[in-house]
Design a protein around this ligand. Sequence first.
Ligand SMILES: Cc1ncc(COP(=O)(O)O)c(C=O)c1O
Length: 396
Amino acid sequence: MPSISTKGANMPESPIRKLVSFAEKAYKANKKVYHLNIGQPDIKSPQIAMDAVASHHLEILAYTRSEGSEPYREKIAAYYQRNNIMVNADELIVTTGGSEALLFAMGSIADVGDEIIIPEPFYANYNGFATASGVTIVPVISKIEDNFALPPISEFEKLITPRTKAILICNPGNPTGYLYSQEEIETLAKIVKKHDLFLVADEVYREFAYDNLKHFSILEAKGIDENAIIIDSVSKRYSMCGARIGCLVSKNKEVMKTALKFAQARLSPPTFAQIASEAALETPQSYFDDVITEYKGRRDILIEKLEEIPGVQVGHPKGAFYCIAQLPIKNSDAFAQWLLEEFDLDGETIMVAPAAGFYSSPGVGLNQIRIAYVLNKESLIRSVEILKAALKEYKD
Ligand SMILES: Cc1ncc(COP(=O)(O)O)c(C=O)c1O
């Protein structure tokens, strides 16, 4: 049999999706499964976006420009300017989700064997994108005990080698919910300036900041126009994960020229989804106000209930809609599978994402899970009841 590539063999499974077959078995056994594993919000997409697609009569569903349709890019630039991120339409490329923007960014700035420093735990698919790009992730550890705050500069500087090309952050963070302060972003800006590195910020959760805290973008920091690359997406902002639309933003012309070649190779981002995403930019602020209030309420009840379980430690998210919970168990992979295969509380169980896949350091996060609070409050309360009962029964 012809053999597959080493790179393919090394591609990690997504911890968010790898237990799907066990969830399917649970459905077949008539169990109700609460999905805490995946960041698929239950929030309705803005009606204005759905209407735009329904009322748009195209005779040919054609390609658009590789960098995305012109009117859409103009409107995205206006959106950034409203958010104090001073870019124009030439400084962004529309991509097939934030996922493709991450791939284009890695492809544009790093060669095989180059290193990118990422505070861990981090969005699990960074492991996959790095493997696909031949890039080595060098983790800098942020700890649940410190609520995942940015480690001191000295920790970053210790890790910089001649092969380091970038620091990648996720702000607000998936899976930690950590929101970097302006001061922390300015600290990172100083490091990348000093060592001539790129600073890549995945800002797909920009709007999701709680407790009256304000997101501070890397493109608001002074003096790093040549270093900064933003990864963005409509998936979470407008609860439009299925649109598969994101973008890559940079004021660095060489980065944009290079990323455009990757974009040309895949021809164009999806046309109908750009129509929906362009319309979504007209979403009124009241939509976000409601959504943020809803997520904040969910976060508060989830954290409160989780902390009532003996032996459970939880990071306190300030943004996005995830948290990491440390459980009194040894191996959350086995626990998550057991929850689906063997456990139920009156016919109901939960699906969680084992957190080890959100780290690149071997053996770290084994007793942690990631919870996405994308379900309504009643479902979250019930899910925590199920978790509590499961922890009482589980032996590892
Ligand atoms: C931090 C982060 N970045 C990027 C993505 C990719 O999103 P998409 O490709 O749907 O835009 C996700 C999805 O969950 C995410 O959580």
